[in-house]
Design a protein around this ligand. Structure first.
Ligand code: GLN
Length: 230
């Protein structure tokens, strides 16, 4: 059975564990470098990207996590996890850690503050059946997408002026990100989509386009400046 580590420094760890278990994986918490051993894939939950960035440094996980992701480990980032995986982040502290695993430029809290959090139904490529009900909480807006990134879902018109059509689910090779929180509903289809990207699960693995193969460099300079903060 595929074994998925959930970065457990902050955020929706229990909810991701429930969703991964329901989707057929074994979920384990990752709090220190040794917890990465034996893990086939990783989930980076939402939370506060600034705080997670600092906790990555103090836990000693920053280096080993970056190494695992650079080595092609499948990784799924939700909301703040999406920010951590991006190549560039606006409205972030200058010392914000970014893993540069997916060629996106994001703007933190781009849909507004807590009071502007919203829910909507989304069509997601690769997820069959009914639309996915998506919960957005101080979510990042994707402001630029590099050429190697597949956009699997875009926001329909509606909740936040000026953001209709914004990418909200993206994939590049073994990296999947959502701007929303799929772990907050009972629907585990997005987690299943992620598990289908994990070779150990018998899924398609890293067959898709994407630079994050063993020994490859993280994406850089392909249309998205790799800088944090403005
Ligand atoms: N606004 C948060 C950040 O910038 C993300 C919020 C979330 O993960 N729900 O890190």
């Amino acid at each position: 059975m595929v074994r998925v580590g959930i970065l457990a420094l902050q955020g929706d760890v229990a909810e991701h564990r429930r969703a991964l278990t329901a989707a057929g994986a074994v979920a384990v918490a990752v709090r220190r470098p040794g917890d990465l051993h034996g893990v086939d894939a990783l989930v980076l939950p939402g939370g506060e990207s600034t705080t997670v960035s600092m906790l990555l440094a103090s836990s000693g996980l920053a280096g080993p996590l970056a190494e695992a992701v650079r080595g092609g480990m499948p990784v799924f980032g939700t909301c703040a996890g999406m920010i951590l995986l991006a190549a560039a982040a606006e409205d972030a502290r200058p010392d914000q850690r970014l893993l540069g695993a997916i060629d996106l430029r994001v703007r933190r809290n781009g849909y507004g503050r807590q009071a502007q959090s919203f829910e909507c139904d989304l069509a997601v490529d690769g997820v069959g059946g009914d639309p996915v009900h998506a919960v957005f909480i101080r979510a990042p807006v994707v402001v630029a997408v590099g050429p190697g990134v597949e956009v699997l879902s875009r926001l329909p018109g509606g909740p936040v002026p000026g953001t209709a059509g914004s990418p909200v689910v993206c994939r590049q090779g073994p990296v999947l990100v959502t701007a929303f929180h799929p772990e907050l509903t009972a629907d585990v289809r997005v987690h299943r989509l992620f598990l289908s990207m994990v070779p150990a699960s018998g899924g398609a693995g890293t067959a898709g386009p994407g630079p994050a193969r063993p020994g490859a460099d993280p994406p850089s300079g392909t249309g998205v400046p790799a800088v944090a903060g403005t």
